[in-house]
Design a protein around this ligand. Structure first.
Ligand code: UT7
Length: 313
């Protein structure tokens, strides 16, 4: 097989919705500031659910939608930076709960860029013939990492999971990955504290970097897929801030009818879950332009980035 394609998607979000009004009671903030600076209106918070619970919920839906049997899955990768469990991996726990009998299972931490990194890793595995079908998940419980006394960061974060089943094919429907990192900026987004890590970032620096560097990275991912940004039917970038999404897409030469994911408004920043969560929710609403090119990509701690053009399932 010379390529792979996304055959099915699924997602899981915890039931509890935290509004900006709820946050006003916790820290010195207000709905107007949060909406104006980030676009975020709500985020979902997992109370009793773990990263493994959310990952399993998303994966079960993707597996059911794919029509494949658990025994068809040869690889499970969970992208996460918030899972507390180190061994067994979250991927192995998902395989156990879904009765996936013999897959290679591992977790991958590339912070917010984790899902696109994992998708590329699975694509490379399938191209190499080391599996025929893979389950790729982004799952995060960012509420565990939030400093609920820090208004600059806690208002951003949310919990959830998104999953994709990918299968080997003769035609490549997952384009070549564009990925990398800038280690001179590896303090820009970070977890502070070993036993009770807390999310922290240099917000303005990351904002400036994202709005200036990401358009070229996005265009490069298109070029590597043999298309231009004008050919894109959809764009699903990391859901960190609506202003970043809008500034970045304004700088790209796009079709007027291109569909742009804005799930950050409802879900906040869910790190490695943000891209598959947004993709799967768009698919569920019938908004994903099936059979057409969609650019997915994400950036975050590292600073690292990863993205590719996929054919929408
Ligand atoms: O997923 C990882 C990748 N990360 C990102 O993409 C994050 C990129 N950065 C951002 O999205 C934005 O920088 C933030 C949303 C994090 C912050 O927005 P900003 O416009 O850069 O605000 P700021 O940090 O410059 O703060 C402006 C003002 C400050 O007050 P003074 O010093 O001007 O009086 C803050 O103290 O807003 C204040 N502030 C708040 N006020 C009300 C900060 N947080 C809040 C808040 N509510 N929650």
């Amino acid at each position: 097989m010379s390529g792979s394609r996304v055959v099915a998607l699924g997602h899981h979000q915890p039931q509890r919705v935290m509004t900006n009004a709820d946050l006003e009671k916790m820290v010195d903030t207000n709905d107007e500031w949060i909406r104006q600076r980030t676009g975020i209106a709500t985020r979902h918070i997992a109370d009793d659910e773990s990263v493994a619970d959310m990952a399993t919920g998303a994966a079960a839906k993707a597996l059911a939608a794919s029509g494949l049997a658990p025994s068809d899955i040869g690889q499970v990768i969970v992208a996460t930076c918030s899972a507390i469990d180190r061994c067994p991996s979250i991927a192995a726990q998902v395989a156990g709960r879904l009765n996936i009998p013999a897959a290679v299972c591992f977790d991958l931490n590339n912070a917010c860029a984790g899902f696109c990194t994992a998708l590329a890793t699975a694509d490379h595995t399938l191209r190499a013939g080391a599996a025929r079908h893979a389950l790729v998940i982004g799952a995060e419980k960012m509420s565990d990492l939030a400093d609920w006394t820090d208004r600059a960061s806690c208002i951003l974060l949310g919990d959830g999971a998104g999953a994709a089943i990918i299968s080997a094919t003769d035609d490549a429907q997952i384009g070549p990955v564009t990925w990398g990192s800038d280690p001179t900026r590896n303090n820009a987004v970070r977890l502070v504290g070993e036993w009770q890590p807390r999310f922290a970032q240099e917000g303005q620096a990351v904002f400036r970097w994202a709005t200036s560097e990401l358009p070229a990275i996005a265009a490069q991912a298109c070029e590597r897929a043999g298309i231009t940004t004008k050919d894109l039917a959809g764009i699903v970038t990391h859901q960190a801030n609506l202003r970043i999404i809008e500034a970045m897409t304004r700088k790209l030469d796009l079709r007027e009818d291109v569909i742009i994911a804005r799930d950050v408004v409802d879900s906040g920043n869910t790190s490695a879950a943000s891209v598959p969560l947004a993709l799967s929710k768009m698919a569920e609403r019938g908004e994903l332009p099936s059979g057409q090119p969609v650019l997915i990509f994400a950036f975050g701690g590292g600073l690292s980035w990863a993205g590719q053009v996929i054919t929408a399932p």
